[in-house]
Design a protein around this ligand. Structure first.
Ligand SMILES: NC(=O)c1ccc[n+]([C@@H]2O[C@H](COP(=O)([O-])OP(=O)(O)OC[C@H]3O[C@@H](n4cnc5c(N)ncnc54)[C@H](O)[C@@H]3O)[C@@H](O)[C@H]2O)c1
Length: 281
C-alpha cells in the first residue's frame, strides 16, 4: 500500500521529531495532540530543527519553508481525513493508548494502518481494541527520532504481511533502517536497555554515587555514547518509569524502577522536558 498522508498522534518528545522526519521527505503529515500548548511547543521545536539545517547549509531556507508546509498542526480529528497511516506516540499508558486506538479506528478510512511507537506495550492488545487488527503494527523509533536510524517494526498476532511491508517501506522512505522484531515486552532494544538501566540505578543507590560520576565513567570508557542518567533525563523519567513498571510486571523484579526515580517523578522532575531530572538544565 502506498502511504500518501501520515498522522502522528501525540506531539511530545517523540511525536514532534517523527513528524519532522516525515515532513523532510516531502510526505504530508498531520501532527495531532489534545493539548494546544504542546502543539505550539512541537511547532517551535520543528521550526528550530529546520532552522538548524538551514544554518548549517544542509537545506535552503526556501526548502525548509516548503517542508514545514507539509505539516498540519492540529487538535481537530477532522484534520485526519485522507490519512493512510497513523503513528500513535502518546503517553506510555495502556488505557491512554487504547482510547487513541479506538478513536483512530473510528476516524480513519477502513484501509488505513495504525501503528504504535510504544516502547514496551503489547501491539496485539492494542490491535484487539480496533476493528482492524490486521492493519495494526508496532513502529518503534528511538530518541532522538530525527537522528537515530533504527526502527523496530513489530507484527502483532494478526498483523497482515501487507501491513508489515507498508510499514517497512515507509521507514525506508524516511531514511530509517527498519528491523522486524518479534512481539515481546520491550521488544529487543528496550529489553536490553532497561535491564542495564535498572542495574545502574541500583548501583548508584547502593554506592551513594553521583549521576555525573557514573555517566563520566561510562562515556570515558566508551561503553555508550552518553551516560545512562543523561540519557534517562533526555528520554523523560516518566516514560522510563512506565516502561520499567511494565517490564517488571511482565518479566520480573530485575526491571523494578529505583526509589530515586520514583521520588524524582513524584516531585515533578521528569528530566529535560521539565528542566530537572538527575541533572538540572
Ligand atoms: N521518550 C523516548 O525516548 C521514547 C523513545 C521511544 C519510544 N517512546 C514512546 O513514544 C511514546 C511517546 O513518548 P514521549 O516521550 O514522546 O511522551 P511525551 O510525554 O513527551 O508526549 C506524549 C504526548 O501525548 C499527548 N497525548 C496524551 N493523550 C493524548 C490523546 N488522547 N490524543 C493525542 N495526544 C495525546 C500528550 O499531550 C503529549 O504531548 C510513548 O509510547 C513512549 O514509550 C518514547
Amino acid at each position: 500500500m502506498y502511504v500518501k498522508k501520515v498522522a502522528v498522534v501525540g506531539a511530545g518528545t517523540m511525536g514532534a521529531d517523527i513528524c519532522y522526519t516525515i515532513a523532510t521527505r516531502g510526505i504530508p503529515v498531520v501532527l495531532r495532540d489534545v493539548d494546544d500548548a504542546q502543539l505550539a511547543r512541537a511547532q517551535q521545536h520543528i521550526q528550530e530543527l529546520f532552522d538548524g539545517r538551514v544554518g548549517s547549509n544542509k537545506m535552503t531556507a526556501m526548502d525548509a519553508a516548503d517542508r514545514m508546509g507539509f505539516i498540519t498542526f492540529s487538535s481537530r480529528l477532522e484534520d485526519l481525513t485522507g490519512v493512510s497511516l497513523a503513528i500513535e506516540a502518546v503517553t506510555e499508558q495502556m488505557r491512554v493508548k487504547e482510547a487513541v486506538f479506538r478513536e483512530l479506528d473510528r476516524t480513519l478510512a477502513p484501509l488505513a494502518i495504525i501503528v504504535s511507537n510504544t516502547s514496551a506495550l503489547s501491539i496485539s492488545h492494542l490491535a484487539a481494541v480496533t476493528g482492524r487488527p490486521d492493519r495494526v503494527a508496532g513502529m518503534h523509533f528511538f530518541y532522538p527520532a530525527h537522528m537515530m536510524k533504527l526502527v523496530e517494526v513489530i507484527a502483532g498476532d494478526h498483523s497482515s504481511d501487507e501491513t508489515i511491508t507498508t510499514v517497512m517501506r515507509l521507514a525506508e522512505e524516511i531514511r530509517k533502517i527498519p528491523v522486524r522484531v518479534k512481539e515481546c515486552p520491550g521488544f529487543v532494544v528496550n529489553r536490553v536497555l532497561m535491564a542495564s538501566m535498572a542495574e545502574v540505578l541500583r548501583f548508584k543507590e547502593e554506592r551513594g554515587l553521583a549521576a555525573a560520576e557514573i555517566d563520566q565513567t561510562i562515556t570515558e570508557a566508551k561503553v555508550a555514547p552518553m551516560g545512562p542518567f543523561f540519557l534517562a533525563d533526555a528520554l523523560g523519567l516518566d516514560v522510563a518509569y512506565e516502561v520499567a513498571q511494565h517490564l517488571t510486571q511482565e518479566l520480573g523484579e530485575r526491571f523494578r524502577p529505583s526509589q530515586e526515580l520514583k521520588t524524582l517523578i513524584a516531585e515533578g522532575h521528569l528530566g529535560m522536558k521539565t528542566g530537572r531530572g538527575f541533572y538540572s538544565y
